[in-house]
Write a protein that binds this ligand. Structure first.
Ligand SMILES: [Ca+2]
Length: 468
């Protein structure tokens, strides 16, 4: 019997194992700004995050997922697969994170995960907070994203009655940008989470018939806090929790859209925070908050969901990180890695067969330009103090005196990392330069104060001033 080409292909398709993952799965990475470790289920015992609870029940929960202590470094790690220090973004041009009108940004020569996937034919979209440079050459549309909608930096970088806040100088009005065009001056942020969610749903519907990568970095739950009218008062607690509940709704809406479009079996979704929670968050049982290298500053809630491929209801204690996104998605898409050195690991095997085996021999904690800590297995050496995170997740008992051999080994780890990336003001040979804008520098709204920029006297370590 002669088969037509179509029949032959249908026969071949039918003979393939039905459990095989699709050749080019879709990817969604959702990050929440400043979400604390126990602010959502299954990490914390709260009643108002049912969608994340279900996502965890249907997917994989990472209990030792690491980001970076603050926004811009964390985002650089996620998009490049590198320690922020390696790509020159462990610190901004004069502040721990990038500012409006900043002359620094993620170097356009870095290959982002969006560029890796775009080269494999993926449609790529970024919706939300960018924060890797707001000058034209640094925008998402110049870093591999076909489309962008959102605020190009942090939602607190706006005019305030007392402009002596985080930046020690006034900010321009907060812009909403579509691709490379200003579309709106944001005054009230209550609409933000709903607007990003609606954009994401549109993106999924538009691209349902081709492989896509959606990066959705929410602006919430970073202060100034906001929530849509239907969410205000919903939890019976402070606005912060209402905002968390709305984020949960957003995640639920995205997963339901995938089910409705029959894309759920063909789409890997990651959920995580971009750094530890602020004092307003619940970071239990971790010590410390955002901007520190205690676990509470950098270890974040994270989930992976891909029904039929990622087994349901599993947990992993393995050391995993934002830096793993690029190598993992590249592997799943069959895309080559960037030619430069990266630090993340391919988790595609672990997604199918969850394990507690650490992909990292050692994981390093940078606080801005300072290398402050290293973790190897259950051991963490921080500023000369040794903690066993398996026995003492809250980092309450320094056991350095009892384990000089382990202190010595982890100190050697730190020295090896220093030999690669340097420390403080001394970059090592493995550091690549961040991007520097050619200028003239601009604000999205209003005139850039060229005369005062970059500031003659860098502002550092303002006592009491929140970072980011
Ligand atoms: Ca953040």
């Amino acid at each position: 019997m002669m088969l037509t080409r179509r029949q032959a292909l249908a026969t071949l398709a039918a003979s393939l194992p039905s459990t095989a993952a699709p050749a080019q799965p879709n990817f969604i990475v959702i990050t929440i700004d400043d979400l604390g470790y126990a602010d959502v289920q299954p990490f914390g015992d709260v009643p108002y995050t049912p969608h994340l609870k279900r996502m965890a029940e249907e997917g994989l929960t990472f209990t030792s997922w690491y980001a970076a202590p603050v926004c811009s470094p964390s985002r650089s790690a996620l998009l490049t697969g590198c320690y922020p220090r390696r790509v020159g973004l462990s610190f901004g041009s004069w502040h721990p994170v990038l500012m409006p009108g900043d002359w620094h940004g993620l170097n356009p020569s870095e290959m982002t995960v969006a560029e890796v996937l775009k080269a494999r034919g993926y449609r790529t979209g970024c919706i939300g907070k960018w924060h890797l440079g707001d000058q034209p050459e640094f925008l998402p549309t110049r870093q591999g994203f076909d489309s962008y909608f959102g605020i190009p930096y942090s939602n607190d970088m706006r005019p305030t009655p007392k402009p002596l806040g985080i930046a020690q100088r006034p900010h321009p009005p907060l812009p909403m940008v579509r691709n490379e065009t200003l579309v709106h001056e944001i005054k009230d942020q209550d609409f933000l989470t709903a607007a990003y969610t609606a954009e994401a749903v549109s993106f999924l519907k538009e691209n349902r018939r081709r492989p896509f990568f959606l990066y959705l970095p929410h602006s919430m739950v970073h202060a100034p806090l906001a929530a849509g009218q239907t969410w205000r008062g919903k939890t019976g607690k402070e606005l912060y929790h209402d905002s968390v509940a709305e984020i949960d709704w957003s995640v639920g809406t995205i997963l339901q859209t995938l089910r409705d479009l029959n894309l759920d079996k063909n789409t890997l979704v990651f959920f995580m925070s971009d750094n530890g929670g602020t004092p307003r968050a619940d970071n239990k049982p971790l010590r410390g908050n955002k901007a520190s290298t205690w676990e509470g500053g950098i270890r974040v809630p994270a989930l992976a969901w891909w029904p039929g491929t990622v087994p349901a209801g599993k947990r992993s204690q393995a050391i995993t990180s934002n830096m793993d996104i690029l190598p993992t998605l590249a592997a799943l898409a069959g895309a080559p890695l960037p030619k430069v050195r990266i630090d993340g690991h391919n988790l595609s095997g672990m997604l199918r067969r969850p394990t507690d085996r650490h992909p990292y021999d050692a994981f390093f904690y940078w606080s801005a330009n300072k290398l402050e800590a290293v973790r190897e297995g259950d051991w963490k050496l921080r500023q000369g103090e040794l903690y066993n995170l398996a026995d003492d997740i809250g980092e309450t008992r320094n056991v350095a005196a009892q384990h000089p051999d382990i202190v010595k080994r982890l100190t050697a780890r730190l020295e090896a990392h220093r030999a690669d990336l340097g420390d403080g003001d001394q970059p090592g040979p493995g550091v690549r330069a961040c991007g520097k804008a050619k200028g003239p520098l601009r604000f999205w709204i209003g005139r850039h104060p060229e005369s005062g920029f970059p500031p003659q006297a860098p502002v550092k370590d303002v006592p009491g001033a929140p970072v980011d």
